[in-house]
Design a protein around this ligand. Sequence first.
Ligand code: ATP
Length: 308
Amino acid sequence: MVEKVIEVKELTKKYGNLSAVDHISFDVYRGEIFSLVGPNGAGKTTTVEILECLRKPTSGVARVFGLDVVHDEEKIKKKIGVVPQEFNTFNRLTVKENVDLVAKIYGVKSGLKQNLKRLGLWEIKDKKFEALSGGTKRRVGIAMALAGKPELLFLDEPTTGLDPQARRELWETIRSLKKMGVTIFLTTHYMEEVEALSDRASIIVKGKLFTTGTVSELVSKYGGDIKIVVKGERRAETVIKRFTKNVFVGEQGNIIGTFPNRRDVAKALLSLYKLSGKCRINVVEPTMEDVFLRVVGGRIDESGELIS
Ligand code: ATP
């Protein structure tokens, strides 16, 4: 039986006439990485801040570890760690001083060195926060959030603004937290991040939740067809036609076949390899980008804006 760490039912948050979060429902299971994915202004931060007991819902229910976010704030706060969007802390303090400070607030004395080591911060523990790169600053944020030994960690847009290398390094850090048994709730507007990290994800746009599932469930339900693209072998057209009706010749003479069925992809590939060992064959799988396009009817650009 999976244990629900977060339960959200018909949750709504209004600011005047604006429904920032509009009757959304989803669950998060113990031990998983769950992503709430959507463009700027979708309602991600509002949702996270309600779950962190920082904002009150207008209506609906949100439970964390079975506790109500409105009535059980103190108990919930003891069990969660929070890294807010655009995380910042005392600039003039060192990495270790910042982490020690939070540990003192929580009354925690053990495990701090191990924490810094695990996050790759031990070697730079005496550096001032202001001197660190963006990715390292986020890791300090995570170390501070872990100081209270939380069972559930909220990461609000943890890799926004980082370069691809720093983003990948942070993904590794987040995966290592999951291995430690921490449940992770993250928000993001990067589809690549959803694919790289999440066990399950929910898509949210303009306060409304569109769909929830594992990445592979979402991709197989909404991602569309799998493509085979063959370069440098015109005879491939006849071969592919035996397995799918949808075959066309692309601009550069590539033969492209689209397949709703994975088994037919495998059969076509076998026949293509028999035809020639020289032609270049690419299998193009649908991605979360395709899912978002299909479900929402738009895509999200690098800065997080929705493009319809
Ligand atoms: P972003 O990444 O841009 O913060 P988000 O998905 O986290 O996007 P929210 O910050 O939750 O979105 O904002 C959702 C909507 O609610 C937006 O239209 C925002 O302008 C509005 N909003 C957020 N906080 C307030 C507030 N305190 N008062 C009024 N409107 C607000």
